[in-house]
Design a protein around this ligand. Sequence first.
Ligand SMILES: Nc1ncnc2c1ncn2[C@@H]1O[C@H](COP(=O)(O)OP(=O)(O)OP(=O)(O)O)[C@@H](O)[C@H]1O
Ligand SMILES: [Mg+2]
Length: 311
Amino acid sequence: MGGRHLSPPFLSVYGHITIDQIMAVDEFPPNSVSVNVLSKDMRIGGTGTNIAVTAASLGVPTALCGFVGNDFPKVFTDIITSKGVITDEFITMDGQCTAQALIVNDFNKEQRVFFYQGPQGSASDTNIVLKKNAGMSKYVHFSTGEPDYYINIMRSVKDRDRNIAFDPAQEIHKVWNREKFMTALKLSDIFFCNKYESASALKYTESSSLSEIKAKMAVCTEGAAGSEMYVNGKVTKIPVIKARRTVDNTGAGDAYRAGFYAGKYNGHSDIDSLIIGAATASFAVEETGALSNLPTLDMVMERADRYLGKL
Ligand SMILES: Nc1ncnc2c1ncn2[C@@H]1O[C@H](COP(=O)(O)OP(=O)(O)OP(=O)(O)O)[C@@H](O)[C@H]1O
Ligand SMILES: [Mg+2]
């Protein structure tokens, strides 16, 4: 798939590109019993897609680097390309199935999730090292996906003028282990996590606070309580920016990261860029699904404006 961008990427994003199947049942069935699904919705998802599509729609020249199977729906590809995402390293693997999240909610709002990793979960097996866009980008963001594959790319694109962001998300607890985590952290300039993920980061680094994390910058988001930036042992509290309404928090963290890159692309400081991230996330929570309420940069800046330059 050829990209229609002539400008080089500012940002390259690695992460899952996923088909989300979201279903509702009245009650979860016991073993060996089937139950009718009351509603079903199929959406594009995955950390890679969410961050790349949101960043691109804010005007950041963004490459999405990753793998899908040939079952990946054309309507989803159209969503990615219509936002101007650079797709020359968005690779379809013949004979493979795309990563898939099967999300089932019951009447009591209990949720069961089955996640099929797809080719991103074992990207080394493809024998295709996607590093062309990363090697031209100012920021390279690594979210969910195979640790060894990402560590290898981090090593080969590491450069004084390039920022590597490490954001293992929920896979920090299981897919990553101490040794791989420490290796990736050493290669990174920025570490992102949410408050649940920070527990594993502290465990792996044997630290009592994220301010001890050896990255130029660590960022921890705490849902509606806002977020914190840790630089050189100093903590800065980033305020939450009020949403018009809160419907669904899914993808808030991914939107926050995309907004951060939009801030950096437009020349803002790290702190102001995180505020722009929080403003972007405030739109993501207003509708169901991570990509259903994408704001323009103007809309984001209007919400961020009164906080900028003050922290
Ligand atoms: N209800 C809310 N209203 C406004 N902003 C919110 C709300 N919830 C989250 N945010 C913003 O989004 C940021 C990230 O949220 P959160 O910590 O929930 O991410 P996350 O757990 O990684 O989410 P996900 O993995 O689903 O993307 C927060 O720091 C905050 O700025
Ligand atoms: Mg998250």
